[in-house]
Ligand binder design. Structure first.
Ligand code: GLC
Length: 511
């Protein structure tokens, strides 16, 4: 028996981090025309969908996640007509398009916020935001001790005794979704992009939309993952139920995917039948490369999702974490690709990981990520995983933009060695492996039963089937080579199978 369902159920979605993907006009920032010109590459790679990171007008304090107009295109990124063209081309190539909706906060340059700032204490313009009087004699202290996810206090002063909440950068004031105008505007934004023909939307910072109106301090001993007054509260699900009804009113199984950060107990509730189709499974990014945490983690996520008739959305990489090759090592990243492509569910791949791009060590003055500044330089931030892609061998900017243009983040010397052009015809390349794995996934894995049946495996290894029979995914997370022959013949391996042995930290699909 095979599982069928909406297009996204087992889709592989490629995250186009727009600013770093392809720059058609030579201003150093990737853009819609650049992405559009590279769609044939993505279709050839064999992914099902592309997720475009924000292209809305933005002062760019947080790589476009600080939006000043949610229903327009930033002129640096292109035009609405260019986006329409991109969507049409993608559809012709058999690719779906998912756009990123940043509804938790706006840019400090958004007209609502400039009005709130100007209006003064107690003004109704401030009701759209989380605004509180400061503590202390004259309001000189923040309303509470909440910390921004990017570092530093989560409150910033207006300078008139009132403070506004920003869970992210100081230039990203959080919206108050209980306000009817905020709710109506979010619904209008969703409608706007669905009307434009996008196949899905990613809800950025999905769990943050509702805060405890009493703004209580975090309990003593609170740790990330504990219940929080501003994350994944029960009330947030009412909002997703509303948006799910909007999505369902459109033909063609439009996808809503929540950007969740958390374990099964966080992810599961977003997937209730009246909520969303997908919620990110980010935990595997941090599971130690040992069989036990993977077996237990996979089982728990599968249980939490399948109980609602959904499947996990495995995240292999993203613009918010270090490069897969950095996190898991070069071989580990390839092995994890095969694992995620074999597990039941959807998979999110991050642009450039198919090339095995390494994390880039940027100099202090090259870093743009607000995390670096707000953490007082304690954290390098995420730009090391956002260096513009190399398409050709040379000269710089390696086909990212026209010759002579200067990418917004510097590409290191030798970047062309990772380029698409260099890898395209090399059967041992990361690109060739990704392409082969995506082809074979169609044949071996997609639509197979949603259960993961673990098989006995040598120490340090994972082996599973989907259901009682079919191919086996064998993963060697250990330090020594193992003999894969008892499991079948090798269909695809993440590293060359050396004689009868599967090397350490590699994976294979066996038939
Ligand atoms: C999401 C985005 C991240 C951004 C943050 C604030 O986590 O993926 O890049 O910084 O939201 O919008």
């Amino acid at each position: 028996m095979t599982d069928t369902g909406p297009w996204w159920r087992e889709a592989v979605t490629y995250e186009v981090y727009l600013r770093s993907f392809a720059d058609a006009d030579g201003d150093g920032l990737g853009d819609l025309a650049g992405a559009r010109s590279r769609l044939p590459y993505l279709a050839g790679l064999g992914v099902d969908a592309v997720w475009l990171t924000p292209f809305y007008p933005s002062p760019d304090h947080d790589g476009g996640y600080d939006v000043s107009d949610h229903r327009a295109v930033d002129p640096r990124m292109g035009t609405l007509a260019e986006l329409d063209g991109l969507i049409a081309d993608a559809h012709r190539l058999g690719l779906r398009v998912v756009v990123d909706l940043v509804l938790n906060h706006v840019s400090s340059a958004h007209p609502w916020f400039t009005a709130a700032r100007a209006a003064g204490p107690g003004a109704p313009e401030r009701d759209r935001f989380h605004v509180r009087p400061g503590r202390g004699v004259a309001g000189e202290l923040p309303p509470n001790g909440w910390r921004s996810i990017f570092g530093g206090p989560a409150w910033a002063p207006f300078g008139d005794g009132e403070w506004y909440l920003h869970l992210f950068d100081i230039e990203q004031p959080d919206l108050r979704h209980e306000h009817p105008e905020v709710a109506a505007d979010a619904a209008a934004t969703l409608r706007f992009w669905l009307d434009r023909g996008v196949d899905g939307v990613r809800f950025d910072a999905a769990g943050s939309l509702v805060k405890d109106p009493a703004y209580p301090e975090l309990p003593a001993g609170w740790q990330a993952g504990d219940p929080s007054p501003y994350s994944d509260r029960d009330e947030v699900h009412e909002i997703y139920r509303r948006w799910a009804r909007q999505l369902a009113a459109y033909p063609g199984d439009r996808l809503g995917v929540a950007e969740t950060w958390g374990g099964p107990e966080v992810v599961g509730p977003y997937l209730r039948p009246d909520e969303l189709g997908q919620a990110f499974a980010m935990d595997p990014l941090y599971w130690p490369l040992r069989p036990e945490p993977w077996r237990a983690g996979v089982d728990a996520l599968l249980a939490a999702t399948t109980r609602h008739g959904r499947l996990p959305a495995w995240v292999h990489g993203s613009h918010d974490v270090s490069r897969a090759a950095q996190r898991w090592g070069r071989d580990g990243a390839r092995a994890m690709l095969l694992v995620m492509l074999a597990l039941p569910g959807a998979v999110y791949l991050y642009a450039g990981d198919e090339l095995g791009l390494p994390e880039v060590a940027l100099a202090d003055d090259e870093i743009r990520d607000p995390v670096f500044r707000r953490s007082g330089g304690q954290e390098r931030g995420r730009d090391g995983a956002r260096v513009p892609l190399p398409w050709t061998e040379g000269p710089a900017p390696y086909g990212f933009g026209p010759v002579g243009s200067t990418p917004w983040l510097p590409q290191p010397a030798g970047w062309g060695g990772f380029s698409v052009a260099r890898q395209a015809d090399d059967p041992a390349s990361a690109l060739a492996l990704t392409r082969a794995a995506l082809r074979l996934r169609e044949r071996c894995w997609r639509g197979r039963p949603a259960e993961v049946a673990w098989r006995d495996a040598p120490p340090g290894c994972l082996a599973f089937r989907r259901g009682a029979d079919g191919p086996t995914c064998l993963v060697n997370l250990g330090d020594v080579a193992i003999d894969p022959r008892p499991y079948g013949s090798v269909l695809l391996a993440s590293a060359p199978v050396d004689g009868p042995t599967l090397p350490a930290r590699s994976a294979a699909w066996l038939g």
